[in-house]
Design a protein around this ligand. Structure first.
Ligand code: HEM
Length: 426
């Protein structure tokens, strides 16, 4: 089926004869990219292996699907890779220079400021925010027994409420436009990814216009929040907004101060609510199809908690529940694709990668790589049990990314500190 096979050795190391579909398959590929991108990646990995070059007309995507490749690109040689498609145009416009999209010295500075807010001891202070939101959810659902519930909508409401209280000490529920505005923004970023950046944002296309309106709405919402917060709590709060406001207090220019706060808050609201809502929604979905796992989870909760509200210290006492969440994030990682753009040419997995190349690493396909996961498509929480012999590669499971750009919201404190220590070398 049109695989490029001519072996060419090049003097600077690295082969150029990438496996991948030939140009006659481009129309089919584009259709797949548009309608079923996960199938496009999974099928390509099954057909061509761990390294695939998608040459799609003027656009080329280099897809690497071995944990060693993920380690090289995301961690060992991270300095050679900037954020890629989906994040550098639409992402940048909506998130500005927030932590997810910034690069270089600016990113390092921001990460040093923000990371301490995500230390476990700090997060523990917000336990009651989480349990209160959980209790409110339970009451809401109890009142609707017998009705069809949109789980994803409920989980999004839950995670938004937790983020609002913990980041801003604010109730976000009156800001109803936040949800649709974020959806619009994500839609545009996804469109950038599946069209490989083919529609520039400056074109007055309907999709671009909707995106711009969403961006204005998000900025307005954040302005309301920041103003309300400053008024209510003054500069001594312990939430993330207070931390940020304190860190940039010396910045003389009010415009710059506002831009920094705006970009960070929109970033963290976006990065924090959808990922967590998606994890929970997929967890319920998987449990609904695996009654034995659901029963075990219920039994663990009853045994450890009885009918009391959980505390932070209970997390360590719920090992089965933890493995259920880990397995849900393996099968359905909320961030299915990590895109990067190479700065200089590199050699990855023995193949020569040019400078300015668009690169894709997919947690979704890595997490189902048959070389690292027995029965990869099966829901089996026990594979994460500490008693199980975990033989898989450290980079075969990367729901929170890896290397210096690993998620601030998902790492444990030890790994966060190690990542911070490494920043000096990036
Ligand atoms: C299940 C929940 C979550 C998952 C699966 C997840 C996943 C990820 C992934 C894969 C990345 C790396 C992106 C890349 O390398 O291009 C990332 C980065 C990030 N995440 Fe999360 N995330 C989660 C929750 C959160 C939460 C709760 C927050 C904040 C409240 C958050 C804030 C961020 C930020 C700011 C970054 C950028 C870090 C940087 O580039 O230095 N995430 N997340």
């Amino acid at each position: 089926m049109g695989v490029t096979v001519a072996a060419v050795r090049v003097p600077d190391g690295g082969r150029r004869d990438y496996p991948g579909p030939s140009f006659v398959r481009v129309p089919g590929l584009l259709r797949k990219l548009w309608f079923d991108r996960l199938a496009m990646l999974s099928d390509a990995a099954a057909e061509f292996g761990d390294v695939v070059k998608f040459a799609m007309g003027p656009k080329t995507l280099y897809y690497f699907n071995h944990p060693d490749h993920a380690k090289h690109i995301l961690a060992d040689n991270a300095a050679n890779y900037h954020k890629g498609i989906g994040l550098h145009e639409a992402g940048r416009l909506i998130l500005g220079d927030g932590l997810l999209t910034s690069e270089g010295e600016m990113w390092k500075h921001q990460r040093h400021i923000i990371q301490p807010a995500f230390r476990r001891d700090r997060l523990a202070a917000f336990t009651s925010v989480v349990t209160d939101a959980g209790t409110a959810l339970t009451e809401r659902l109890r009142a609707r027994v017998g009705e069809i519930i949109d789980v994803s909508e409920e989980m999004t409401r839950l995670t938004m409420s937790v983020l609002g209280q913990s980041l801003l000490a604010a109730d976000l529920s009156p800001l109803r436009m936040l949800g649709p505005a974020f959806e619009e923004a994500q839609d545009r970023a996804m469109f950038e990814m599946v069209s490989l950046g083919a529609l520039p944002l400056w074109l007055p296309a309907p999709r671009n216009l909707r995106f711009r309106r969403a961006r204005r709405q998000l900025e307005d919402a954040v302005a309301v929040l920041v103003a309300g917060r400053a008024h209510a709590a003054g500069p001594h709060g312990t939430d993330l907004l207070s931390l940020l406001a304190g860190a940039y207090a010396d910045e003389q220019d009010a415009g710059t101060r506002w831009r920094v706060l705006r970009d960070e808050l929109i970033t963290i609201l976006l990065a924090g609510h959808e990922t967590t809502a998606s994890t929970l929604s997929w967890t319920w979905y998987l449990l609904s199809g695996h009654p034995e796992a659901e029963a075990a989870l219920r039994a663990e909760a009853l045994e450890v908690l009885g009918d009391r509200v959980p505390g932070n210290e209970d997390l360590a006492r719920l090992p089965f529940t933890t493995t259920v969440i880990q397995e849900a994030m393996r099968l359905y990682p909320p961030v299915w694709g990590l895109t990067r753009r190479s700065v200089k040419a590199d050699v990855v997995g023995g193949y020569r990668l040019p400078a300015d190349a668009d690169v894709m690493i997919s947690p979704y396909t890595l997490h189902r790589h048959p070389g690292f996961w027995p029965e990869p498509n099966e829901f089996r929480p026990s594979r994460f049990a500490t008693s199980a012999a975990v033989t898989t590669h450290r980079y075969a499971y990367i729901p929170f990314g890896a290397g210096p750009r690993v998620c601030v919201g998902g790492v444990d404190v030890k790994r966060a500190d190690a990542a911070l220590a490494r920043l000096a070398h990036v």
